[in-house]
Design a protein around this ligand. Structure first.
Ligand code: CA
Length: 441
């Protein structure tokens, strides 16, 4: 787990970056699944990043305008044995101070009364509008009051801004402790893929493999899957977010598995592997697999400081298009196909995303006109694929797809950290080489 001192350092930096602005950062609520049953609790990543506090509904205030010893205030559910007997122990206000390092803690019921007092005297308020209706009402009411008073008092918090630009810029660069956790998440995720491939065989249900993968996550100390696992045999793999996972695996099909674990402190793995269910590629499957693997390798090897995610994407696209032209699945010149996007009926997504506390992690990809430059500490996925089906129309000028190619969906995805020297693949424990994916005998 991330050390509590790390959260303390983050708060100090966040307070400094806020200048004279006070920030209001809410925890996630519990979400109803149906009737009176709730989904497993998932803390809000911004709130977690600053507090390490894993209970719902809490509100953290960051108050750089207050004296030292009053700058990190937590409002939490109080200890209450009648509720804790049902839903488990709470830290309460005492735990918030003694364990989580809050300067001051209050029961949540006192928030309406105290919020304004704490925010008074700040130059502005940093709060994410549009996500937390009840808290938003309190913040906006306070803000409106202040605007009314402005004329009389001459000073009041008059700006309302989003905390995300500061926080998400911090989260984009992973600390050494975070990289360690992402290595663990990547390793467990990749090992689960190895186990799934060993046991997969025709006649199994996709769901059985999902169970094996997620069992491995849990047995190895993860909280569970980081996102809905995709276990997609044959044509199901051409549906990018296929999560039904309820088909029988067929002899002769490929199997695409996109699954990663989430650790107790929410760091995630995100891994995709594709392999033949029966351990033997058909000619068409192998031809396409080798293109995707080559594209993935070129894209991964292009990850280094000074590059950007667009160049990584473009490197993958070029290899994919060259391969598809060679197989006759596209026609024209590499440049014209890329320029016109005439490959997008076969490769319709981007080649990666930031990875961290969120699977699709925060952080800008572009700053105005310019793609964000890769720098040490950033972590991204690299995941080119090819998906051959009838679902999207073939663009004008491109060949119709022969039946023998259809129902083949392939993606290879690794998690890659940018380092001083270049990059580090966090998920290399899962094999990708054709020789490793084929079953002997
Ligand atoms: Ca994925």
């Amino acid at each position: 787990m991330i050390d509590l001192g790390t959260f303390c350092k983050r708060r100090a930096r966040f307070l400094k970056e806020l200048g004279g602005t006070a920030a209001v950062i809410p925890a996630a609520p519990l979400v109803t699944h149906h009737a009176d049953c709730e989904y497993p609790f998932r803390q809000n990543s911004d709130f977690w990043y600053l507090t390490g506090f894993d209970e719902p509904d809490a509100v953290a205030l960051f108050l750089p305008h207050r004296p030292v010893g009053e700058r990190f205030v937590l409002f939490v559910h109080p200890k209450e044995s009648g509720i804790e007997i049902w839903s488990g122990s709470r830290w309460g206000t005492e735990g918030a101070v003694n364990h989580f390092g809050a300067d001051i803690a209050h029961p949540l019921s006192e928030l309406p009364k105290l919020l304004g007092q704490y925010l008074s005297g700040s130059e502005g308020i940093a709060f994410r509008v549009g996500k937390h209706r009840k808290l938003q009402m309190m913040v906006l009411d306070f803000w409106a009051d202040q605007l009314e008073k402005l004329q009389r008092s001459g000073s009041a918090p008059v700006t309302l801004k989003a905390p995300c630009p500061i926080l998400h810029q911090m989260r984009l660069f992973k600390e050494p402790e975070e990289l360690d956790r992402l290595r663990v998440a990547g390793r467990i995720s990749a090992e689960a893929h190895e186990i799934a491939r060993e046991v997969a065989c025709p006649g199994m249900n996709e769901r059985q493999l999902q169970a094996i993968i997620e069992q491995y996550f849990l047995e190895n100390g993860a909280r569970g899957p980081a996102y809905s696992s995709i276990v997609a045999g044959g044509d199901n793999a051409c549906v990018l977010h296929y999560t039904a996972n309820n088909s029988v695996l067929r002899d002769g099909d490929l199997l695409l598995i996109d699954a990663g674990c989430s650790l107790d402190d929410y760091y995630n793995g995100d891994v995709t592997r594709t392999f033949p269910v029966n351990g033997r590629f058909s000619g068409e499957q192998l031809a396409l697999y080798e293109i995707v693997l080559a594209a993935q390798k070129v894209a991964v090897s292009s990850v280094c400081p000074g590059q950007n995610a667009e160049k990584v994407h473009n490197a993958a696209v070029r290899v994919l298009v060259e391969g598809l032209l060679h197989l006759g699945l596209l026609q024209g010149s590499v440049e014209s196909v890329i320029e016109q996007g005439a490959y997008r009926h076969i490769y319709m997504h981007r080649t990666g995303h930031w990875l961290g506390l969120d699977v699709h992690d925060v952080g800008a990809y572009r700053l105005g006109e310019y793609p964000v430059e890769l720098q040490p500490g950033m972590v991204l996925t690299v995941e080119p694929g090819l998906y051959i089906s009838d679902r999207l129309p073939v663009p004008d000028g491109q060949p119709l797809i022969e039946e023998r190619w259809k129902g083949i969906g392939i993606r290879v995805e690794d998690d890659v950290a940018v380092t001083d020297e270049g990059h580090e693949v966090l998920t290399s424990a899962a094999a990708t080489a054709v020789s490793d994916l084929q079953k002997k005998g």
